[in-house]
Design a protein around this ligand. Structure first.
Ligand code: NAP
Length: 290
């Protein structure tokens, strides 16, 4: 069994980005600049945004955190978004989800200038990705593809099962794995909460990508010997033995599954760090495109 070490690979990618940023600066170019919009004080969102901002500093980017009150009106949030669209010192920005209930997320995402959409959530970028055209690809599925690529895992003609159909993970990764590309060229089945008998699909899968948010969902009796298992799940489970009072648990029952697989991602330290590295990569791309 090989552990797909997302932490190690993401550090390598960050080093590569850092060198490119230094080259831009040496040529007298402007430093890449990522902005993050955070509305409210959700604990997990604060943690995610904080680590994205810290990662920017590590690779030499400029970063700006726009922290807005939880009760901000939709119109005022739109005007903040428009300011970012008009600011030519900002190469890319993200709007941290989820947004408070009184704000229409879809409306906000549609306001993001696709050229600055480093999360790749705008339908313009999503559509281009689906047609295998150059675009901003959402960071998590892109991180999975990068991990598969760096470990040189063969996906061509393989039977891939994706569990979960969200717009940010399940659906895009199912498209990327089926694209005519390397990695890609897989035969993909996308299963979800309305799929009867999920084990009947996973037992035949060469590659399983799990993104649903249910701790330990995928058990060893649901997979075949030698499969590749990618765990996207991140759930905080109360744990008094930890300083933070919780631990992070994935969607895969790691201890039982690891004895049967050829490759597996740990949680934490698998897909999570790759996601941040891909956000940085997209920001660099936005800077270069500018
Ligand atoms: P989501 O939007 O809640 O989507 C979950 C998907 O799982 C839905 O398609 C849902 O089906 C499906 N599902 C739920 N219960 C199921 C069941 N019993 N059997 C089969 N399918 C089921 O979640 P998400 O945003 O994709 O995130 C999934 C997990 O990945 C979460 O733990 C999240 O925290 C984590 N995540 C991690 C990263 C990272 O960087 N590692 C990034 C993003 C998300 P329906 O569509 O039918 O409801």
């Amino acid at each position: 069994m090989v552990l797909l070490d997302g932490k190690f690979i993401s550090e390598k990618i960050k080093e590569e980005i850092k060198i490119e940023v230094q080259n831009i600066k040496n040529r007298g170019g402007r430093t890449p600049h990522l902005a993050a919009v955070l509305v409210g004080n959700d604990g997990a969102s604060l943690t995610y945004v904080g680590s994205k901002v810290r990662s920017c500093e590590k690779v030499g980017f400029e970063s700006t955190l726009i922290h807005l009150d939880e009760n901000i009106s939709e119109d005022n949030l739109i005007s903040e978004i428009n300011k970012l669209n008009d600011n030519d010192q900002i190469d890319g920005y993200i709007v941290q989800l989820p947004l408070p209930k009184h704000i229409n997320e879809e409306k906000i995402l549609m306001m993001v200038n696709p050229k600055k959409d480093v999360d790749g959530f705008h339908p313009f970028n999503f559509g281009k990705m689906a047609q295998n055209m150059d675009s901003f690809i959402p960071a998590t599925p892109q991180g999975i593809i990068e991990l598969i690529d760096r470990y040189d895992i063969d996906t061509e003609g393989k039977n891939t099962v994706v569990i979960g159909r969200s717009n940010i993970v399940g659906r895009p990764i199912s498209i990327l794995m089926s694209n005519k590309s390397k990695p890609g060229n897989s035969t993909v089945t996308l299963v979800h909460s309305r799929t009867p008998d999920i084990p009947s699909f996973t037992k035949k899968a060469d590659i399983i990508i799990v993104a649903l948010g249910i701790p330990n969902f995928l058990k060893s009796d649901m997979i075949k010997q030698g499969s590749v298992v990618i765990d996207v799940g991140i759930t905080r489970v109360a744990d008094k033995t930890k300083n933070k009072g919780y631990r992070i648990v994935g969607d895969v029952d790691f201890e039982s599954v690891k004895t049967k697989v050829s490759y597996i991602t740990p949680v934490p330290g698998g897909v999570g760090p790759m996601t941040i590295a891909m956000l940085l990569k997209n920001t660099l791309k936005a800077r270069i495109n500018n």
